[in-house]
Design a protein around this ligand. Structure first.
Ligand SMILES: [Mn+2]
Length: 429
């Protein structure tokens, strides 16, 4: 299937050319008055990338139902094609994060070439021991890396090592491990023993990690285990990552915390400890809702980015977080949602770059809470839309990615070429 032709994007951009130029100039003057060089901010934003999860281009679902969309990807090569369109139009997602076994294929070098043809490379590998793969010998119904049965734990370890082996073939440099292990009833699980078993299994995975790889431990407070989870919070994650060694770090999925938890504080703690692996961006109102990034609480996302920009500004040693989207699209076209979320991540990064760090430092030192708070608000309330449009336009993307995508007819074409299939991975991690 042909990607969206560049002439279509150029014609789309042509309509906005004058407007983008004028708005960018106006924003430039506004920022100049605040002592900010808009071109420097633009360069930083243009260099920022967030990975697409391969499972994100399929329609998600809830435990009640899944309503498949049309033209859904049938296999990993279709997924790469969709990811290529997202990158082509939004220019913020140069990498893809694979999920095994959902993305298994027979020729990894062919996949690597297919991705490269779309201007894509591969980010962290994701293992799956929270569901049973077809033909799998032992079930993960009662856990995986922390299972009471040694053979089941060994099978889960082996699977993670296989993910590393696949990752080596496609240029990945990290393994993300999230386990659904936990319990649904008080008394069901011996908390300390389960954690010890998890550590013992994880040590075997860690030992298989190449020297230049990192292992990302993703915590989650609940679901599918609704009473307790083995790696329930950043504290457990930090304990495990510390026990494993320097290549193990803690990954923060924004949806994996109790309501109202101060996530930006957690981020700051992990940065200080040199243990921040990176992020799974999404948004939520109640729990692990997996809504589009910044769709409910954009200010919370901004406060997280404020910590990230501050750490970079202060040259915190070893600070190199990995960024990925992780959301489920139940009612929208996944391509539209992923482009919108990627743009939101870039927008929030740009806003955080606008915080007057010297003034904030001074306000904090002087205990001037009002000024400090206003400095953040001033940055957050700046409309950086023209800057984002310019970044996309300069890179050959679309000024308005969703409008350009809709007008391209890509989805309709995909629907014709990809007959609907049953099943497929629609998981949420
Ligand atoms: Mn996640």
């Amino acid at each position: 299937m042909a990607r969206i032709i560049q002439e279509h994007i150029a014609a789309h951009n042509e309509k906005f050319q004058r407007q983008v130029h004028q708005d960018y100039e106006a924003l430039g003057w506004q920022l100049t008055r605040r002592g900010v060089d808009i071109d420097k901010v633009r360069e930083q934003v243009a260099a920022f990338g967030v990975a697409i999860p391969s499972w994100g281009v399929g329609t998600g679902g809830t435990r009640f139902a899944r309503f498949p969309g049309s033209g859904e990807p049938r296999h990993v090569f279709d997924k790469i094609e969709d990811c290529g369109v997202i990158q082509q139009l939004a220019r913020a997602t140069p990498t893809v994060s694979l999920h095994i076994p959902w993305d298994k294929c027979s020729d990894w070098s062919e996949l690597r070439q297919a991705a490269a043809a779309q201007g894509l490379s591969f980010d962290a590998m994701n293992s799956n021991t929270f569901s049973d793969a077809k033909g799998q010998a032992l079930s993960y119904k009662f856990g995986s890396l922390s299972h009471t049965d040694a053979a089941t734990r060994a099978q889960a370890v082996e699977h993670n090592i296989e993910c590393i082996e696949i990752g080596k073939k496609i240029g990945s440099k990290a393994l993300t491990v999230w386990v659904g292990d936990g319990s649904n009833f008080p008394g069901q699980s011996h908390f300390r023993r389960a954690f010890d078993r998890y550590l013992d299994s994880s040590r075997q995975i860690y030992a298989a990690l190449p020297g230049d790889w990192r292992m990302f431990l993703e915590h989650k407070i609940a679901e599918p285990a609704f009473y307790s989870t083995v790696i329930q919070d950043w504290g457990s994650s930090y304990l495990a990552a510390t026990a494993l060694g320097p290549q193990a770090q803690c990954l923060v999925d924004l949806g994996h915390h109790a309501p109202n938890v101060n996530i930006e504080m957690i981020v700051a703690r992990l940065i200080a400890a040199g243990k921040l692996a990176g992020f799974h961006f999404n948004d939520s109102k109640y729990g692990d809702d997996d809504l589009d990034a910044g769709s409910v609480s954009p200010y919370r996302l901004f406060l997280v980015f404020n910590e990230l920009v501050a750490a970079a500004h202060e040259n915190v040693q070893g600070f190199q977080p990995a960024y990925m989207l992780d959301q489920s699209h139940n009612v929208t076209d996944p391509i539209e949602s992923l482009m919108t979320s990627a743009a939101q991540v870039l927008r929030t990064y740009a806003q955080a770059l606008l915080v007057d760090r010297a003034a904030l430092d001074a306000a904090q030192e002087a205990n001037d809470a009002m000024t400090a708070s206003q400095l953040l608000k001033t940055a957050f309330q700046t409309d950086v839309t023209p800057l984002l449009q310019r970044v996309r336009q300069d890179a050959g993307g679309a000024v308005d990615p969703v409008a350009c995508y809709r007008a391209s007819g890509y989805r309709q074409q995909a629907a014709q070429e990809r007959p609907a299939v049953q099943g497929g991975g629609g998981g949420i991690v």
